[in-house]
Ligand binder design. Structure first.
Ligand code: G6P
Length: 369
């Protein structure tokens, strides 16, 4: 096992640190920005259906569902097709309205999640086209779907998903760009620009990982907190949900993720000097608004940990701690902004003496409903 961990203390830490490579592996042979090429083999035969779909429905569970939420922003922005993101367990029992004009994307690391499989069977029986985004080659979901793309992140052993999440987002990003280009909603020059930027993501993730020591220090200070709040807007809203889930899963600290603007409709009541609030406050279209949300937390003496874009000065002056990450296209930020949140939950869990790779009550793959 020590050999499998590659010198790391835990699989989760190894998997967090593997992300520059796993994201690059996911894009390898698919993305060639210099020649303006983006090829997803699994999509080829279904591109027509995809392009002409009335609606995209994404179904998944857990962390994969969070990747689906990021994809909602991606598909609507670039391809202008309406998207719904459904918990598989709700979708399958709701008698949903479906037709052969619906394109379903099922996301699953393991490819074995019972609820996701059942949601696929249901959608199939109503004539929809099902596309799988899975990590485990040859698992049940890829065998049940019409087509799909593997995430190629390599085996993920830690129960809390890390590198599978960023690989899922990588595949979904490539799908959204390709779809937008084919539909003409994403102009060629912009498409080319985005492809070039996408290619830089593995090296930017590498740079983000370097905040590890600073995050270790922050973890020391907050490891005994009883609650955590994670806030973000736009593309960083699903990241807030994922950050909170990671902390809950492995450290057993209660954490909630929220869209930052919704804070005033509830969570703000919880804020006092005991409450750490993690803001994802990167320089994007909602930056100014997030800054005012930070002010609201500060006014109530909450402790602010902010993930910001390198060089940020405004949030630096307001927050108790800042974690800097490299700038990128707004749509690609989740691939980078989730990294420090994975590291924060990891360090807190280790300091609390938790079993990071196999948290209590959780399973890597949930094959019963
Ligand atoms: C379990 C795992 C999570 C995972 C979820 C969905 O709860 O502990 O890490 O996100 O199942 O699994 P899937 O394999 O379908 O992505």
């Amino acid at each position: 096992e020590a050999i499998e961990k590659g010198g790391y203390e835990h699989f989760m830490l190894k998997e967090i640190n593997e992300q520059p490579r796993s994201i690059a592996d996911c894009m390898r042979g698919r993305l060639d920005a210099q020649n303006g090429r983006l090829v997803l083999g699994g999509l080829r035969d279904y591109m027509n259906k995809f392009q002409n779909a009335d609606r995209i429905i994404i179904t998944a569970c857990g962390t994969s569902w969070h990747a689906g939420l990021v994809a909602e922003y991606l598909f609507e922005e670039f391809a202008r097709i309406p998207v719904e993101v459904e918990y598989a367990s709700e979708f399958r029992y709701r008698n949903p309205v479906l037709s052969d004009k619906d394109f379903i994307i099922a996301i699953s690391q393991s490819g074995e999640t019972a609820d996701t499989l059942a949601a696929i069977e249901l959608a199939k029986s109503k004539g929809a086209t099902i596309f799988g985004v899975c990590n485990v080659v040859g698992s049940s979901i890829p065998r049940t779907t019409h087509a799909g793309s593997y995430t190629h992140a390599g085996p993920e052993i830690g129960v809390a998903s890390t590198k599978a999440f960023t690989a899922q987002i990588s595949v979904l990003t490539m799908m959204a760009l390709k779809l937008g280009y084919k539909r003409g909603t994403l102009p060629e020059n912009r498409y080319m620009q985005l492809l070039s930027e996408l290619e830089t993501i593995p090296s930017k993730v590498e740079r983000a990982l370097k905040m590890n020591d600073k995050i270790h220090e922050i973890a020391k200070e907050y490891k005994d907190a009883r609650n955590f709040l994670y806030l973000g807007r736009g593309y960083n809203f699903p990241v807030a949900l994922e950050g909170a889930l990671k902390l809950k899963e492995i450290s057993y600290i209660h954490a909630e993720g929220y869209p930052a603007a919704e804070m005033k409709h509830g969570p703000i009541a919880l804020i006092d000097e005991e409450m750490p609030v993690v803001f994802i406050a990167t320089k994007d279209s909602s930056y100014e608004k997030v800054v005012s949300n930070i002010q609201e937390v500060k006014a109530r003496k909450g402790k602010i940990i902010a993930v910001v874009t390198e060089g940020d000065t405004v949030v630096k002056n307001m927050a108790d701690h800042v974690i800097e990450i490299p700038a990128t296209e707004e749509a690609f930020v989740p691939l980078i902004s989730v990294i420090p949140l994975q590291q924060l939950s990891y360090h807190i869990a280790v300091m609390r003496g938790c079993n990071v790779d196999q948290p209590r009550n959780l399973a890597k793959s949930v094959t019963v409903e």
